[in-house]
Write a protein that binds this ligand. Structure first.
Ligand code: FDA
Length: 466
């Protein structure tokens, strides 16, 4: 791609042949900044020194998406897709490597493509990528009191990115990821063609359902399977401080939560030196109460011998003292696997973290002070604790969930005109996708051999046979 000023003008001209000018926003147009900010979830990436898109196309029709991809291909302008803007590293609206690659990009914003059609009789729904997860929950709840959809907890996430990367939430132990429940998808491929599951083929479809956003085309819409849920579910939120045995509880939770019946999802949020045990139980209060009495009666009462625990008690003790008591301490989020998650094969979808994984651990910092010093203090806390956890977490590779994007793992480098497969595999590919990475690259080779859809951690094509 050679994105010169002329190429950019030609790109904009190409767009305007099919897309109303009111939907094409450049830095010179009044609505540009507000639109850029509208779903930019990570404010670190809208600071003045971040690379901004040369245009934002606010698509209102599927044809606008096709035109944008075709014009981008024709005139050498890359396209980043944004659905809900929740990418941890802001890759849907900013580029940290723009200057390195010298690749201006446009953003295709799908927020206006948010239609949802629920068919309760078939227990299915079609949902467009620009809808939020909360909107889908609402629509399903309005159509039926006995159906749900397994997805994440944050209601403002976009369906597009969330389903592209997996989609983990409180129903995962019973029904798996969102991606495990995708039945079909409507995609604009690298040539601007519309594809569905039967026309794109099973490999391409497999890659879309968990292979991470951006790499395999623009998903316009998803057909999903809805799952049965009881009309009444029970939740609780119990907070325990260190003096109320929070450390012992976390230590026990590590084995108890992943081994619980599939109906129970019990997670821990560690914040402000307190452990908050949050449960969702697919059943009534009596059943949950009996289960907790049986499996976790102490919830703050009994000390345990932790020698054989995944993270021994004394390690939790030292983490607490060395990290959680610091003023810049952030949130630790511990989400259990197990249940159905363990019986789905690691190659069923690109998400490979199935049997053998007890729980995921997330380090989640937020701050409101301006300036790099404040940011650096929080970031170094996160990086320090991340390093400290190394002996206790998955290794060879240290596994990571692609929807919890982390550019610290490494970023893509070019090998000729395409992204280097070998470098991507070693730096981040094996960590997100383990044995599925090569298959994802094979799909990429098939559907986007020129590597048009790319970003700092997009799937590369396989290297050409030497
Ligand atoms: P965004 O629009 O930023 O896109 C993310 C990536 O997907 C980008 O690379 C983008 O280019 C690409 N993409 C977006 N739409 C696409 C489309 N239609 N076609 C192709 N590519 C597309 N995860 C989880 O599993 N469980 C959870 O509970 C949570 N909770 C949570 C809370 C909060 C506050 C945040 C910020 C994030 C989470 N996440 C999460 C992570 C979330 O699943 C992840 O960031 C998703 O990619 C967000 O999807 P969006 O569409 O909002 O992101």
């Amino acid at each position: 791609l050679a994105s010169t000023a002329t190429a950019i003008d030609e790109f904009l001209g190409c767009l305007s042949a099919d897309i109303p000018s009111g939907l094409i926003h450049t830095p010179a147009t009044p609505a540009y900044s507000a639109l850029l900010l509208s779903t930019a979830r990570n404010l670190r990436y809208i600071l003045p020194d971040t690379s901004k898109p040369l245009a934002i196309i606010a698509a209102t029709e599927h044809a606008h998406v096709q035109t944008t991809v075709r014009c981008g291909r024709r005139h050498g302008v890359r396209v980043r897709v944004r659905s809900g803007g929740h990418d941890y590293e802001g890759l849907s609206y900013a580029s940290v490597h723009l200057h390195k690659y010298n690749e201006p990009f446009a953003v295709l914003d799908l927020a206006a493509l948010r239609a949802i059609h629920v068919d309760p009789a078939r227990a299915e729904a079609w949902v467009e990528s620009g809808a939020t997860v909360g909107e889908l929950y609402y629509a399903v709840g309005a159509a039926s009191h006995s159906l749900g959809f397994p997805a994440g907890s944050c209601p403002t996430m976009g369906i597009g990115g969330h389903l592209s990367g997996g989609g983990f939430g409180s129903l995962a132990r019973k029904y798996g990821l969102s991606a495990d429940n995708v039945l079909d998808a409507l995609v604009v491929d690298t040539d601007g063609r519309l594809m569905n599951r039967s026309t794109m083929g099973e490999d391409h479809f497999w890659a879309l359902c968990g292979g991470g956003g951006e790499s395999f085309g623009v998903v316009l819409s998803w057909k999903v399977r809805l799952v049965p849920v009881p009309e009444t579910v029970t939740v609780f939120s119990i907070v325990r401080s260190r003096s109320q045995s929070a450390i012992e509880l976390i230590t026990k939770w590590q084995e108890m939560a992943p081994a619980s019946p599939q109906e129970l999802y019990l997670r821990v949020l560690v914040l402000n030196q307190q452990a908050n045990f949050q449960a969702l139980f697919l059943g009534r209060c009596g059943g949950l109460h009996r289960l907790m009495q049986d499996r976790f009666p102490e919830l703050g009462m009994t000390e345990q011998d932790c020698e054989e625990e995944p993270i021994p008690r004394d390690v939790w003790e030292s983490i607490w003292t060395a990290w959680l008591e610091k003023p810049e301490a952030a949130l630790l989020m511990l989400d259990p696997y197990g249940g159905l998650m363990s019986s789905i094969s690691p190659s069923e979808t690109p998400f490979p973290h199935r049997q053998g994984n007890l729980y995921q651990l997330q380090y989640y910092s937020f701050w409101y002070e301006n300036g790099t010093a404040a940011a650096e203090k929080r970031m170094s806390w996160v990086r320090g604790l991340y390093k400290e956890m190394e002996p206790y977490v998955s290794s060879n590779p240290r596994a990571v969930y692609v929807n919890y994007r982390d550019l610290d793992l490494g970023t893509n480098e070019l090998d000729g005109d395409v992204t280097s497969y070998d470098k991507a595999r070693v730096s981040w590919g094996d960590k997100y996708f383990k044995g599925n990475f090569k298959r994802l690259a094979a799909v990429k080779t098939m559907v986007d051999p020129h590597d048009f859809f790319r970003n700092e951690q997009s799937i590369p094509p396989l290297p050409a046979a030497k």
